[in-house]
Design a protein around this ligand. Structure first.
Ligand SMILES: Nc1ncnc2c1ncn2[C@@H]1O[C@H](COP(=O)(O)OP(=O)(O)OP(=O)(O)O)[C@@H](O)[C@H]1O
Ligand SMILES: O=P(O)(O)OC[C@H]1O[C@H](OP(=O)(O)OP(=O)(O)O)[C@H](O)[C@@H]1O
Length: 215
């Protein structure tokens, strides 16, 4: 009998797309997945246990080995460099990271301020551009910062662009395209190589088929 796999799933907007991808890949996940408030969901028929974490925390569970694999946004992986393998681009929850602000505004020359939920990504980006900025770490509603005079620029996720538009903000620079990734704990990959390889193969096939559909 193969050992049970623990998969860390991100709660929130990625969750339903990730569940759909797993179902399309042949995993029979009970209806309970769509409405439960439980944080651990075991599917004995598939020999898999799912833990439901905050998206920013998935890498923590996988790095510590309490989850063998996990699903995390590339943005999260960029922000918190973790000792995990990124094995597959799941091509779900597409969006991008961008620099935005009020139109026709220049960055303040002396200590321009950048508000973001991604302090590491933002400071690395501006360092590479040779610009010295002050990073202001916020936890959400990032678009508020330039409107209220807290920051000259924001670094945030843009998906439809609706939040920027409705707040009168514009995108200045594109930092990186973002999709969700399958990540694996290095020790688990050695100890549970068979079930993990099977999971990766099945998901990769579905991702590939999805690509053909959208071509
Ligand atoms: N429009 C979007 N806004 C934010 N994240 C998005 C968007 N589209 C896709 N994503 C992906 O979803 C992840 C965030 O999911 P979600 O918004 O549920 O979490 P969160 O922002 O951490 O949650 P919370 O708002 O509860 O703090 C990101 O890491 C990113 O990879
Ligand atoms: O381009 P759009 O489709 O409008 O999506 C982008 C917005 O969605 C996210 O915020 P979220 O809804 O997660 O709220 P938050 O500000 O509390 O993080 C993100 O931080 C942007 O604000």
């Amino acid at each position: 009998m193969m050992s049970m796999l623990t998969i860390a799933m991100p709660k929130g907007r990625i969750f339903s797309e990730a569940v759909e991808l797993l179902r399309k890949s042949g995993y029979k996940l009970p209806d309970e997945f769509d409405e439960s408030r439980k944080l651990i969901l075991t599917v004995p028929e598939e020999n898999i246990r799912f833990i439901l974490a905050k998206p920013m925390d998935v890498g923590t569970y996988v790095e510590h080995g309490v989850a063998d694999v996990g699903i995390a946004g590339k943005d999260v992986m960029m922000e918190e460099e973790r000792d995990v393998f990124e094995v597959l681009d799941l091509k779900i929850s597409k969006c991008h990271l961008a620099v935005a602000g009020l139109p026709d505004t220049k960055m303040n020359d002396i200590a321009p301020k950048v508000a973001t939920k991604y302090p590491n990504v933002a400071s690395k980006y501006f360092r590479e551009q040779g610009e010295q900025v002050e990073i202001i770490h916020l936890n959400g509603s990032i678009e508020l910062a330039p409107l209220i005079g807290l920051a000259d620029r924001i670094v945030d996720i843009v998906s439809t662009g609706r939040t920027l538009k409705e707040n009168g903000l514009v995108e200045f620079e594109h930092i990186a395209d973002i999709t969700s990734r399958l990540i694996v704990n290095p020790v688990s990959y050695r100890m549970k190589d068979k079930p993990i390889d099977m999971l990766v193969e099945r998901l990769a096939k579905t991702v590939e088929e999805g690509k053909e559909d959208s071509d």
